[in-house]
Structure formats: C-alpha cells, structure tokens
Design a protein around this ligand. Structure first.
Ligand code: IDC
Length: 368
C-alpha cells in the first residue's frame, strides 16, 4: 500500500513538473511572477488590493480609501531623485502611501531608451512594493496627444511586460495614458486605445487568478474633460475597477463647479496636480490648492474621497518641483521649495491625521 501511495506521489510530481513547465513555456508568466511580502503595518499590508465600488476607491475590506503622495517627473531629467533611499524617505518622512512613476514616452523618455526606462519602472515598482505603498505605473504620453499615435505603438507590449511580471501584486495601479490632448482626441478615440490595453492587463491578472487591478484612464483635453464618459450618453469603459483621471494646476484651473458635480457621478483619481501654473512654473497659489484638495476630501456632490499625487518630486529648476535645484545629488530630500513644503505638510496631515494649520484651511473650501 505504502509503495502504491509513494508511486502515486511520484507520478503526480512528475506530471506537475512537466505540465507546469509546459504552461510556463507557453505563457512565459509563471517564471516571471514576482511575489511581494508587504511589511507589517504598511499601507498595502493593511489595505491590500484596492477596487472600485460605485464612485469610490475602496480597500480589501470595502472601506473607502484615499491615497496621497507624489509623482516623479521624467526620470531622465532627474536621475538622482529616484533611488531606494529617496523613495524610502518619501514613505517614512513624507508619509506618502502612493508614488506615481511617470514614464515619459516621447520628450526624451521611453522611446529614446526603452530598456533603461522599463528597468527604472521596475525599480520603482519593486521599491514601493518593498516599502508597502501603492505605485501608479504611468505611461506618460504628452506630445503628441493621441494615445493611438505611432509614437506610442509600444504601449501594449510595455503594459503586457509589466502586467505579466507583476500580476497579482496588490500595490500596482495602472495609468493607461497621461493627458490625452488635441482636437481629434475625443472620448471615442481614448476608448479605442483603452480597449486595446485593458484586456492585456486583465489577461495577466486572470492567469494568476488575481482580481483585476485598478486602472486609471485619461480623459480628453489634458485630463480636464473628466465627464466625457457620461457627457454624451453612458460611454463608461465596460470593465471593473476603472477610474478616470483629473489633473489641476491651482494657479491656472478654476472650473471648480464642473468637477464638484462630476465627483458625484464618476470614480476619479487625481494622478497629477500642481500648486502652480499649468506650465509647471510660475507662482504657487496655496489657497486655490486648498480649495481643490478640500473638494477631494468630500466637499463634492458625491462626497467622494479622491486620491492625489503632486507634480512633482524632483529638483528641476521650476516652481512645481518639490525640491530646490541640486538637492537630489546631495540627497537633501527635505530641501523643499514652497510647493514642496506645502505638499509635504498636506500628505503628512492626510496620512497621519495630525492637523497642520498651514494646509487645508476650511475657509478656502469651495461653496457651490
Ligand atoms: C512638464 C515638466 C517640465 C517639462 C515638460 C515637458 O514640469 O519640466 O519640461 O513637462 O513638456 C502636465 C504634464 C506634465 C508637465 C506638467 C507641467 O502631465 O508632463 O510637466 N503638466 O507643465 N499637465 C499639466 C501640467
């Protein structure tokens, strides 16, 4: 009898060895998979894989969750700003629970060196995973503004590579296309693009039996026409866990009422905001930034809690940069410009609950 049992085990083991290997060869996935152990007490350990419930981003226990953190800038411009050490500082000292990894495609980014850029993306995914915070994988298209332009032909292959490697990783969030723009780039065009990418990401999750990750989709005119999916009939993307992106720059954008209303209708993620002008430069307007961020904290038609990432954690000589020029090379992660000071205070208050009278002054709230 004993012999029979061990023979059965042996048979099963050999069977699995051959079929599992075969499956790995066929899909190329199993061997690539990366499992993360999120540190105890970290945001991802506590909240797990996020999903979307109606208009609200929620955690694994279906509790509303609101992330607050920063975005990188194009890392080809500020290489020294993105290291394991700087990201650790952003998590431990700035209390970020999300980092947006903005990978420019043109502008000297991915298309100039796909290998290095993909590796940087993987580094950021790994570091955030090891720290237990969420990571937004941003395909940062900008010019041209059409996500289906030939310049962006690698999008399906890029997302497949990342989605296969990180299938089932609870901390990874996908952003399909930063700020679609241009006169011909309407919601139908963006939908056509999104329909080509979303099944790729879902396919990877399905392979490992994981839930579909949260996917952020850009909206027309630099993420300003956020109501596009519902403006002309219901044309929302027909998949689970989709959110629509909205970006504001406080010294330029003042269409508070439109967004106040949209937040009652669609799940929105602010993957990029600036305290300054839309150029990324000029004077900061902190009272106006307060107005938008208070709106994200429930002062809107749906009492939606909106997650946000600030543009940007870098030391490029521009006022939207959190740090002064030269700070990264010297590893001075707290050498903040006025914008960085405000942003660090905001994120800390959001994620620790400790009040700071410099940010979120209730007197600045938008009154519809
Ligand atoms: C800006 C950078 C700037 C860079 C420029 C390239 O801050 O250093 O030279 O891109 O075109 C966005 C974009 C984001 C912009 C940012 C500020 O998503 O790429 O970054 N912005 O202009 N939308 C609105 C503002």
């Amino acid at each position: 009898m004993k012999k029979l049992i061990s023979a059965a085990f042996l048979f099963a083991a050999i069977f699995c060895l051959t079929t599992c290997q075969k499956k790995a060869q066929e899909t190329g996935i199993e061997s690539e998979e990366k499992a993360f152990v999120y540190p105890e007490g970290s945001p991802v350990a506590i909240h797990g894989a996020l999903h979307v419930d109606g208009i609200q981003l929620v955690d694994k226990n279906n509790q509303p969750i609101q992330l607050a953190g920063v975005s990188t800038i194009g890392w080809m411009w500020c290489k020294e700003c993105y290291t394991k050490e700087s990201i650790t500082h952003l998590v431990e000292d700035w209390h970020c629970n999300v980092i947006r990894a903005a990978m420019y495609v043109e502008e000297g980014g991915y298309n100039s060196d796909p290998e290095w850029n993909t590796q940087m993306m993987k580094n950021l995914i790994e570091w955030t995973g090891e720290l237990g915070v969420y990571c937004v994988v941003d395909w940062h298209m900008l010019s041209p503004g059409d996500p289906l332009a030939p310049e962006y032909k690698d999008a399906p292959a890029f997302f497949k590579e990342i989605a296969d490697k990180y299938a089932g990783a609870d901390h990874v969030i996908y952003e399909l296309c930063n700020e679609p723009n241009g006169p011909t780039v309407d919601w139908a065009r963006i939908t056509e693009y999104a329909n080509g990418i979303i099944p790729v990401i879902h396919g990877a999750a399905d392979q490992v039996g994981a839930q579909h990750p949260v996917i952020l989709c850009g909206t027309p005119r630099w993420d300003q026409v956020v109501n596009a999916p519902i403006a002309d009939g219901d044309r929302r993307l027909p998949y689970d866990n989709i959110m629509y992106t909205f970006h504001f720059y406080a010294s330029t954008h003042t269409f508070y009422n439109e967004i106040y209303e949209v937040l009652g209708q669609l799940p929105v993620f602010c993957s990029e905001y600036g305290t300054v002008e839309a150029s990324g430069n000029g004077e900061a307007n902190f009272a106006a930034t307060d107005k938008w961020l208070l709106m994200f904290n429930g002062n809107n038609a749906g009492k939606q809690l909106v997650s946000s990432c600030n543009w940007s954690f870098c030391d490029k000589p521009e006022t939207s940069a959190a740090l002064y020029p030269g700070a990264c090379e010297k590893q001075e992660w707290d050498n903040v410009q006025p914008s960085g000071d405000y942003v660090k205070r905001f994120i800390t208050m959001m994620n620790t609950g400790v009040k700071d009278s410099i940010v979120l002054n209730p007197a600045n709230r938008y009154i519809p």
